[in-house]
Ligand binder design. Sequence first.
Ligand SMILES: Cc1cc2nc3c(=O)[nH]c(=O)nc-3n(C[C@H](O)[C@H](O)[C@H](O)COP(=O)(O)OP(=O)(O)OC[C@H]3O[C@@H](n4cnc5c(N)ncnc54)[C@H](O)[C@@H]3O)c2cc1C
Length: 410
Amino acid sequence: MADTRPTVLILGTGFAAFSFIKNVDVKRYNVIIVSPRNYFLFTPLLPSTTVGTLEFRSIMEPIRTARKGIRFHQGYGVRIDTENSVAYCEGKFKQTPFVVKYDKLIIGVGALSNTYNIPGVTEHATFLKETSDARKIRHDVIQCFERASKPDRPVRDFEWLLHFVVVGGGPTGVEFAAELDDFIHEDLCKWFPDLMPYVKITLLEAQEEILSAFDKQLSSYTRKHFARQHIRVRTKAMVKEVKSDTVMLDDDESIGYGLLIWSTGNGPTPFAESLNLPMNRGRLEVDLDFKAIGTQNIYAVGDCAVSQQEPLPQTAQVAQQQGKHLAKVLNAEILGKPPQPFVYKHMGMMAYIGNKKALAETSKIKGKGFTTFIFWRSAYLTKLMSWKNKTLVLFDWIRTFLFGRDISQF
Ligand SMILES: Cc1cc2nc3c(=O)[nH]c(=O)nc-3n(C[C@H](O)[C@H](O)[C@H](O)COP(=O)(O)OP(=O)(O)OC[C@H]3O[C@@H](n4cnc5c(N)ncnc54)[C@H](O)[C@@H]3O)c2cc1C
């Protein structure tokens, strides 16, 4: 029998898409997902995987097992024919083209790391967005130590080879610097003791403060904590060029590095940019019901979308709440019921700052230190999407506590 259900096509498998899929009525809608990633990734814990505190698969959830009754095609949305409601897509591996006809299209393609067109960033820096980035970082950190411990390696090379530079003092840059510092001082120090005097971590931030979205007290607490951990924080440090082993600042200072992590905020994906739909600061403009401006049946949610009436930050909690709300709107629509307005509920912010210390800021509390670290871990354990992930993450933390992080390079 022919399927008479309207087709909802979702582009992406991130926070927005995943919470949409979890909540949409699959009996009434034919749900098709197209994304290069066949899993959902719990990005708040991604920095922990760069050094092996957590394993990659512990924070991944295969999309096919997330909900019965959905269809998934691995690939990219490349173009949309809005008049005929057709999405032109390409397979991930051989770029084989395929088309999907939709009744409603939901764009949840997220954002890319913003390079601000600074020369050399794309070629030489490593981003921290996807599992492949985290895997590369883990490989490259250990490689720097293995290269430095070669018998003929001159000590003068340590100046750059054992210098880890993080560009961007937002939560991701800070959390990565913290995880790396833990890895160095809890694990690598046991196996490369001779190299320890030469190891440096530097955090470069263009603005006056790191963690500028947090309360000033918490941001200066982090700076003091980093100073104690010997993580050097340099604010008002504007990068103007990145070369293969040096980063150049605005004042022509050049800093050698063994590994450079770039974590300076978001820019649009080429797909979102190519759609010819109204955009606002690199995000697709939507109305309060997430409908893309000037369209009838196209919605955008998460990092790739913004409403002028209620601009919200590019965070997981925003994307998740928007995806869930949109599912409820479509569920109501098909039953002929009016939609409820979207009300964003801010749950607060958290960040891990290393050495078993974390920050948390909600409307009621501002916490820092070890107790907040326990709160941070418990909060993320509850927020993980499945019991499998919760169990794996808990076991990873126990494994790291008992045996340390693995230093094999592969
Ligand atoms: C390391 C890191 C740590 C973070 N920590 C936090 C945190 O602690 N708290 C917090 O609130 N937020 C955090 N964030 C931000 C949070 O991850 C994002 O705001 C959130 O993931 C946005 O969800 P999204 O669904 O819009 O996009 P994403 O989760 O980025 O998903 C985008 C999806 O679209 C797919 N896609 C891309 N292009 C196409 C295309 N052309 N066609 C089809 N699919 C496509 C991608 O493969 C992906 O599946 C962190 C982000 C990072 C990178």
